[in-house]
Each structure stands twice: as C-alpha cells, then as structure tokens.
Design a protein around this ligand. Structure first.
Ligand code: BES
Ligand code: MN
Ligand code: ZN
Length: 507
C-alpha cells in the first residue's frame, strides 16, 4: 500500500494517530526552545509534561533534532514527536523538506503507521499553506524512499511502511492543503519514477527500455505523444555523434522524443543525456566505482519523470523532451580516439577521448532541438563532468546559460522547489581550446582545469545565441553515494522538482 496523505482540521489534542509530530524553533541559543503554537496546545493537553521532559532532557531545537514522548493515553495520539526546526530566519524550502524527511524516517523506525503532522503557524508566515503542505509531502515521500524491487519478498516484507499521513490544517485552509498534497504527491511520484530508472541495473535500462518507458508515458494520455527513433532514422537525420559513440555497444541507440501540448504560445525543449552505461569506451574508466556509471542516463530519467507529472500539473506551455540514449562501450567496433564524427548540424568533431561522450551525444540532440523544434528556450540536463563534482560537490548542480533571464528564473525555481544550483560562467576566454587539427572541433579541451566549463562550452557550439539555452551539469547531485536527508543512497531524481516548478511558472 502506498502512503496516503490527507488534510484534516482536527485539533492536536483530538487526533488519533500512532505519532503526532509537533515543531520547536530555536531562539537565541541552542537551549532556548520555542515551542510552536500547536506544540504548546499538545503540551497543554499533556498537562505541561512535554515542556518538563524537554527541559529535563536538555532538548535542543536544532534543525532535524527529534524527541519522542509517550502520551500514555493523555491524548489520543500515542506518541508526540517533537522536531527541531532550527532558527526560523534560516528556514528554507530545502531544510523544511529535510526536516520532514527526518519525521518520516523517525516514524518509520518507530513502526508508526498513522502519522499526524502539524503545520506550525510560524511556518505559515514563511510559506503559504499550499506550499508548506507540498514541501511536507515531498519531504516525507522522498526521505523514506527505498529501492527494493530486486530484493526477495521476505526482505521486502520487513520494510516498515507508513500507511497514512494526516496534515493538520486550520478548517479554512483545507482546500489549500489538499492542493498542496496533490502537487506534492505528483512531484514526488515523478522524482521516484526517475530515481527508480537510475537505480535499476544498467542491463535493464537499455536505450530500448528507455524508449519503451517513454512510449508508456504517452499511452492513453491525450496531451502527450512519443516517437522513438532507431539507428536507421538517426542515420537519415545525420546524427553522427550519438551513432559514433553507440558503435561499441550491442544495444541499439535510440533518440527519444516526447511532446506535451499545454497550450500557450511558448515551446520549451528539454534535452537529456541518456547514456545508459558509461564505461568510458576505449578510453576506459578504472573499475573502481564503475557500477555508479549506470547514473549516466539521469538527465534523460529526469525528463521521463517530468513527463509523468505533466498531465496532472498541466503547465500552460508546450514541452518537447529529447533524450539521446545509448551505451558507451569498448569493443572491436567501438569508436577510436582520433576518429572524426559529423553531428546533425554538420559540425565535425574529432574524438580524442571516448570518455567525453556525453557532449557528443548531446551535440545531436541540441542540433535536433535547434533545427526541428525551434523552441523558445532549451534546457539540457546531463551528468556531464566529474570536474563539476570537484567544483560544486555532490549536492549542487552547475548551471550555465547564454541568457541571464533564463538563468535567474531557473535559480529561483531551484530555490523554491528545494534543489540547489550554482551558476558557472560560459567563459569566452576558454573557447579557443577546442580547435582541432583535423576537424571543426575536438571533444576535449586542451586545458587541464575547469572541465565543467569546457563541457558547457562544447555544448554551446551547437546552440545559436538567438535561442535562450541553459545547461545543468548534474554529475554531482544526480546520484547520492551515501544516504542524505532527502536522498537515500542511489539515484536522486535531481532536476525534476526544479524543472516542474520552472515549467509551471513559465509563460
Ligand atoms: N559520465 C561522465 C561524468 C561523470 C563522472 C558523471 C562522475 C558522474 C560521476 C562523463 O561522461 C565523463 O566521463 N566525463 C569525463 C570528461 C573528460 C574525459 C573530459 C570526466 O569527467 O572525467
Ligand atoms: Mn564518459
Ligand atoms: Zn558519461
């Protein structure tokens, strides 16, 4: 059974649940615990015992701290979970969601099946009821995510699950909370969809499989259509980049095109890197950690997740999703360093390192977007460079854009949705380094440092300045190497939340 969210106008002292989560903020010092209004009501229902115990136990209201109190029948909720929110002035969507992720996990550990959560009135001065509720749903769903499809049924049965979550809301705000729940559920489902695809073993999520998944998203949905091009069609289109990279693999490459008609006059193209396994090709990667390279289709997986949510969120913009899907394998047929390929826009590329394959497969997808779609904006998502992880770490995506307004809107969408991006420059002074002696450009720069910028500059060669374009290098945040509050180890679905936010705001 999947977790069910429900808005309820019930008082904290009347709600029947296995656990009731109330919040506490931190005042000037860590010891200064300020109970939220709803926590105070629970405390009153418990005859002031909650404050007594919190004081005796030196509870600190740091963000994410928790304390469980058994009510012994004094109120219908069996337990009260006091949750620290930290200082209110530092509260953002990211840590609101992370705090709720903690509530979800704590409830799960305690085998609580029915979880009631207060929406503290202090929070409602920062976020609207709808936005706070959406964040709550996303925090709990994403924080308690598990990928156990391939575990035995015995193991799966042991996984504790939350059945119901009650969002305690003022009676006048039930509709806003219900909308927040629907949006939160829709967005979370999209993120989970994309996480599952990344976590699946790479021999399952082949280019053909991604094509089938895309077709499945269009099935029975009037607003969405899907076309999947195979090798033949890609040859006709002149997609020499992806065809060259795919040559070493037994799996046929696919170029996936999803279209969503949202009405409105604008069209956005979303372009995703869908390298379903990146061995590096003949420029082979070391075997240490190679299994993680199943993440290399995370950009494409994010687009598939986004399309899952579109029919419900119904943004009023037309959206084209383009995914270059292939494997990067070494073999007797594989592309060799020194080979030259011709991208769809006619530019020739000298392949000097077969491990810099992402930019080559994206060259064709970007060319397709520019020539065939002529969109009002292009946004690409790609696990493009290890250098971007060095620059920004594992939780922050690199953002590059040829248009300041698009960059600004994307940054706002990221902040509002709880994702983190940081803008890096498309530094013109580094452009020279792509000069090839035998082709128009080579696929690696002559520079030792600044690899994330080099990758972005290469992509820029395939987009004219007249089309606003942004590139998200998600190599870091696409995959969590270890558990983090909102992202258990594995695929994170990064990009889904910020882009859904962006698309809904786009007019
Ligand atoms: N898929 C990798 C980038 C990557 C690395 C993603 C680590 C996630 C985690 C990409 O295809 C790659 O191999 N990039 C090379 C580029 C280099 C050869 C110019 C890299 O980052 O080393
Ligand atoms: Mn590579
Ligand atoms: Zn790659």
């Amino acid at each position: 059974m999947i977790m069910k969210f429900q808005a309820k106008p019930t008082e904290v002292t009347k709600i029947e649940a296995d656990v009731l989560a109330v919040f506490a903020m931190q005042g000037k010092t860590a010891e200064d615990v300020l109970l939220s209004d709803e926590a105070k009501k629970a405390d009153a229902g418990l005859g002031g015992m909650l404050t007594d115990v919190l004081t005796a136990e030196h509870f600190e209201a740091k963000q994410g701290s928790t304390f469980v109190f058994h009510t012994h029948g004094k109120i219908p909720a069996q337990r009260v979970l006091v949750v620290g929110l930290g200082e209110l002035k530092t509260l953002t969507m990211v840590n609101w969601q992370a705090t709720l992720a903690g509530v979800g996990r704590r409830a799960k550990v305690g085998a609580s099946k029915r979880v009631a959560i207060t929406l503290p009135s202090e929070i409602l001065n920062i976020f609207s009821t709808q936005v706070a509720t959406q964040g709550l749903v996303e925090g709990i769903t994403l924080g308690t995510y598990v990928f156990n499809r391939h575990k035995s049924e015995e193991t799966r049965k042991k996984e504790k699950i939350i059945d119901e979550v009650y969002v305690l809301t003022q009676a006048g705000k039930l509709n806003a909370a219900a909308t927040g729940i629907l949006r939160g559920e829709t967005v979370s489902e999209a993120v989970v969809f994309s996480r599952d695809l990344v976590n699946e073993p790479p021999s399952i999520t082949t280019p053909t499989h991604l094509g089938e998944v895309a077709k499945g998203l269009a099935k029975g949905v009037v607003a969405i259509t899907c076309v999947v091009f195979g090798k033949k069609e890609m040859e006709t289109l002149g997609m020499g980049g992806i065809l060259g990279i795919a040559r070493g693999s037994d799996e046929e490459p696919k170029f996936i095109k999803l279209s969503y008609k949202g009405g409105g006059r604008k069209t956005i193209a979303l372009v995703g890197k869908g390298v379903t396994f990146d061995t590096g090709g003949l420029s082979l990667k070391p075997s240490q950690g190679l299994e993680i390279m199943k993440l290399d289709m995370a950009g494409g997986a994010a687009i598939l997740g986004i399309f899952k949510a579109l029919p419900i969120l119904k943004p009023k913009v037309n959206i084209i999703g383009l995914i270059s899907a292939c494997e990067n394998m070494p073999s007797g047929k594989a592309i060799k360093p020194g080979d030259v390929v011709r991208a769809m826009n006619g530019k020739t590329i000298e392949i000097l390192n077969t491990d810099a394959e992402g930019r080559v497969v994206l060259a064709d997808a970007l060319s397709y977007a520019v020539e065939k779609i002529k969109p009002d904006a292009i946004i690409d998502l790609a696990t493009l460079t290890g250098a971007c992880i060095v620059a920004l770490g594992e939780e922050i995506a690199g953002l590059f854009a040829n248009d300041a307004k698009l960059a600004a809107v994307l940054k706002d969408a990221a902040t509002a949705s709880g994702e983190h991006v940081w803008e890096l420059p498309l530094a013109a002074e580094y452009k020279e380094t792509f000069k090839s002696t035998v082709a128009d450009i080579k696929n690696i720069s002559g520079k030792k440092y600044g690899g994330a910028i080099s990758g972005a500059l290469f992509l820029q060669e395939f987009v004219p300045d007249t089309i606003p374009w942004a590139h998200l290098d998600i190599a870091g945040p696409a995959f969590a190497e270890k558990d983090a509050p909102l992202t258990p180890q594995g695929g994170t679905g990064f990009g889904v939340r910020m882009l859904l936010q962006f698309l809904q705001a786009f007019v």
